[in-house]
Design a protein around this ligand. Structure first.
Ligand SMILES: NC(=O)c1ccc[n+]([C@@H]2O[C@H](COP(=O)([O-])OP(=O)(O)OC[C@H]3O[C@@H](n4cnc5c(N)ncnc54)[C@H](OP(=O)(O)O)[C@@H]3O)[C@@H](O)[C@H]2O)c1
Length: 323
């Protein structure tokens, strides 16, 4: 059986990693976004996945419920992987309406589209749904959300919208996402540590980085699991609905993260020093501790999670490799 899968936000970091893995999966993927794939992303996609990787993008704005319904009905979509979001944490503070539209209302639209057709919504949320309460043990899925800013709050509301609509769903909270694609912390720090003599990076915000390639791998495992289950269950039900946490293994600060980025890149000239968050005044208070406990996803989905430095090394190799 071929399953029809819709990927939204397909030209972002995670969406592009989905394109790479989709190449070796027999299911039919429809990649959608509001922007076309950039030239830079297409070059990187072909470098990582070969010339025949799917670089096409169908225009789909997930704030438009009727447009979602059209694609779902035309392509007989059975599962949606939502990689679209308003991800600019600082800008969200001044753009509540936009952040809410994309991170809450549009997510509700996707949930309705899957509820109406009994499909599965795999939605990505964030560790920033936590952080306002001081704690120092890894956050569990059922822990109360305590977002520190608009981004985290609107993402938490998006999760609640899915649960209210009650379509079949898997919500994966992830953290500190980076990849070979788009703009992210790893690429910024590769640039800064190669060119600056000195750099200060905060050491009082602790979490775990996530290589988007590893998250995409986990999503494909869940899709395969869902396909197996929906083939064997006649009533179309799904037993693994719920919220899950996924990041790489381990714990670090942004300072530790930067040190490893420079080390793997072989950049030795930049003096990287730790500093406190208050040395970088920002519109939004970021969580000081948002490590995710991943016990549930490992036990229930059977996924193996690489240690953060191992995945970082792989991604930096891909970024810096010329051919
Ligand atoms: N990045 C992180 O550090 C991080 C951490 C934790 C969780 N997450 C979550 O992980 C998921 C994937 O993040 P990412 O970093 O891969 O995101 P990303 O790179 O920002 O990609 C999101 C994509 O969605 C597109 N988009 C924007 N508005 C849209 C709309 N109305 N309809 C359809 N697509 C739209 C964006 O286009 P434009 O570029 O034009 O906006 C972009 O191509 C998100 O849910 C995010 O909240 C991210």
């Amino acid at each position: 059986m071929i399953m029809n899968i819709l990927v939204t936000g397909a030209n972002g970091q995670l969406g592009n990693e989905m394109r790479i893995l989709a190449k070796n999966i027999e299911d039919h993927f429809v990649f959608t976004d509001v922007v076309d794939a950039s030239e830079e992303s297409i070059v990187m996609l072909k470098k990582l996945a070969g010339e025949d990787v799917n670089t096409e993008t169908e225009h789909l704005d997930i704030t438009q419920l009727d447009a979602i319904r059209d694609v779902v009905n035309r392509e007989q979509i059975e599962a949606i992987v939502n990689c679209a979001a308003y991800t600019n944490v600082d800008a969200a503070e001044d753009n509540y309406a936009m952040a809410e539209l994309l991170n809450t209302k549009a997510v509700e639209n996707l949930a309705w589209a899957m509820r109406e057709t009994n499909g599965l919504l795999i939605h990505i949320s964030t560790d920033y749904v936590f952080g306002d309460d001081p704690y120092n043990t890894p956050c569990k899925e059922d822990q109360k959300g305590t977002p520190t800013g608009v981004y985290g709050l609107t993402k938490l509301r998006g999760e609640e919208a899915i649960q209210r609509v009650a379509c079949k769903h898997v919500i994966i909270r992830t953290a500190w996402l980076y990849s070979e694609f788009g703009k992210n912390f790893v690429k910024t720090m590769l640039n800064l540590t190669a060119t600056k003599p000195q750099l200060k990076v905060v050491f009082d915000q602790v979490g775990t980085p996530t290589y988007a390639g590893d998250l995409a791998q986990t999503i494909t495992t869940i899709l395969a699991d869902y396909k197996r289950e929906s083939l064997s269950m006649n009533d179309g039900s799904f037993t693994k609905n719920g919220v899950y946490h996924f990041s790489n293994e381990g714990v670090c600060s942004w300072f530790d993260f930067t040190k490893m980025i420079a080390e793997y890149a072989g950049y030795k000239t930049c003096d990287i020093q730790p500093c406190h968050s208050d040395e970088y005044p920002s519109k939004v208070k970021r969580p000081s501790y948002s490590v995710l406990d991943k016990t549930k996803i490992k036990e229930e989905m059977g996924v193996k999670i690489p240690f953060w430095t191992d995945s970082l090394n792989i991604c930096i190799d891909s970024i810096l490799k010329k051919k």
